[in-house]
Design a protein around this ligand. Structure first.
Ligand code: 2PG
Ligand code: MG
Length: 430
């Protein structure tokens, strides 16, 4: 950055405010003021968070929003960041991120909070995009991805919720449909449409079978099913009923979120009566993959620090020649150090990318680029607690990555991401 430099952006103001996320919890929104106008961004919040994520700073005052207020972030913005930033001019959004990281000065954003830093970082990128007269996706693409060519995004839509995102007794957190249309050229509109049609068929079937069609945190249904097979069978039937081919048109993806049921080196996938060792759990997955060949992706099948379990599953899948995305979410927390470790140990082959796990836009993209360089798959992801900010639709477009995990096509906190894709891709039918 340069003091009073001639090029770049002079940030005149930073204003933080508390808004509500999709779960009715407070979260942070920032307005960043420049001579060109105001730029706004808000941050999401997870429920099944990895312990290695950047710190999400909250007030912890139980008398206010049950301790979840973010007034402390607002004070950091008002008292520390805003007065300091007004003296500076930045020539790139990455410079703003570097400055934010220095202001925090900790390994895991524990001083100012990953949520504080991310909100400012996101807004700063919007400001720089505007300065360049570019939509956000184009600015991110040119700045960070060497103008890597676009790929039509394919949604991972979470249509049945369990685990921490629902109260229905299923341990697996997410059952997703992936309308990838492997052998056909389809637009993003067609892909999202397929997901919507399957979602509505699923609702009809669940209802006809006497199940609740109430939805969980990410808009997927949360029926009181007893076993994961039941959930998958309902979904496969819905895909067929909607007129799509299971496997070649639409695949299945699971987020096990296994850290949530891991205690004392045992996995309680099927409740307290059936503790499973990592090895037994891996055998279970191998059988599941045989029984359901349409599963194309499994996220967090093992706990966040069970490196040996991950390596074992990865080797078992590879030795069977099974094509599968083994996705690290809580394991990797969008952190380049953990990603490098996973690459060295062959722990998995895909990374879930969540901006608030690491705390700035440029660091998020550095991790993503590291994964792409290692020929890994990457999935750009929302959080279970979301806002109406459709930022991730721009990030997935900019990166040229195909996969966007953004929840069921239900509730505006999820649909705003799909709607933004419709705007970005317009009538281009790409
Ligand atoms: C996940 C996410 C998003 P959360 O585990 O992948 O689906 O959930 O935001 O609660 O961590
Ligand atoms: Mg996950």
């Amino acid at each position: 950055m340069n003091q009073g430099g001639f090029m770049g952006i002079h940030i005149l103001h930073l204003v933080g405010r508390e808004i509500l996320d999709s779960r009715g919890n407070p979260t942070l929104e920032v307005d960043l003021g420049t001579a060109k106008g105001w730029f706004r961004a808000s941050v999401p919040s997870g429920a099944s968070t990895g312990s290695h994520e950047a710190l999400e700073l909250r007030d912890r005052e139980s008398s206010r929003y049950l301790g979840k207020g973010v007034q402390i972030c607002i004070r950091h913005i008002q008292n520390r960041l805003d007065p300091a930033i007004q003296k500076l001019t930045f020539s790139s959004a990455r410079e703003v991120d570097q400055w934010l990281i220095e202001q925090d000065g900790s390994e895991n954003k524990t001083n100012l909070g990953g949520n504080t830093l991310l909100a400012v970082s996101m807004a700063a990128h919007r400001a720089f995009a505007s300065l360049a007269n570019q939509p956000l996706f184009e600015y991110l693409n040119k700045t960070y991805f060497g103008s890597r060519s676009m790929t039509t995004p394919t949604p991972f839509m979470n249509v049945i919720n369990g685990g921490k995102h629902a109260d229905n007794g299923i341990q697996i957190q997410e059952f997703m449909i992936v309308p990838h249309f492997r052998n056909q050229q389809k637009s993003v509109h067609d892909k999202v449409r397929a997901g919507v049609e399957i979602y509505h068929h699923l609702k009809k079937q669940l209802s006809q079978a006497g199940h609740s069609t109430n939805v969980g945190d990410e808009g997927g249904f949360a029926p009181g099913l007893h076993h994961e097979h039941e959930a998958m069978d309902f979904i496969l039937e819905a895909i067929r009923k909607a007129g799509y081919q299971v496997g070649s048109d639409v695949g299945l993806a699971l987020d096990i979120a296994a850290t949530e049921f891991y205690r004392n080196e045992k996995y309680f996938l099927h409740g307290p009566a059936e503790p499973l060792s990592a090895q037994a759990l891996c055998e279970y997955y191998v059988k599941l993959l045989d029984d359901y060949p349409e599963i194309m992706s499994i996220e967090d099948p093992l706990a966040e620090d069970d490196w040996e379990g991950w390596r074992e599953l990865s080797a078992a899948v590879k030795s069977r020649g099974r094509q599968l995305f083994l996705v690290g979410d809580d394991l990797l927390v969008t952190n380049p150090k953990r990603l490098n470790q996973a690459i060295e140990r062959s722990a998995c082959n895909a990374v879930l990318v969540k901006m608030n796990q690491i705390g700035t836009v440029s660091e998020t993209i550095d991790t993503l680029n590291l994964a792409l360089k290692a020929d890994w798959q990457a999935i750009i992801s929302h959080r279970s607690g979301e806002t109406e900010d459709p930022y991730i639709a721009h990030l997935v477009t900019a990166s040229g990555v195909e996969w966007l995990k953004a929840g069921a096509p239900c509730r505006s906190d999820r649909n705003c991401k799909y709607n933004e894709l419709f705007r970005i891709y317009g009538n281009k039918n790409i």
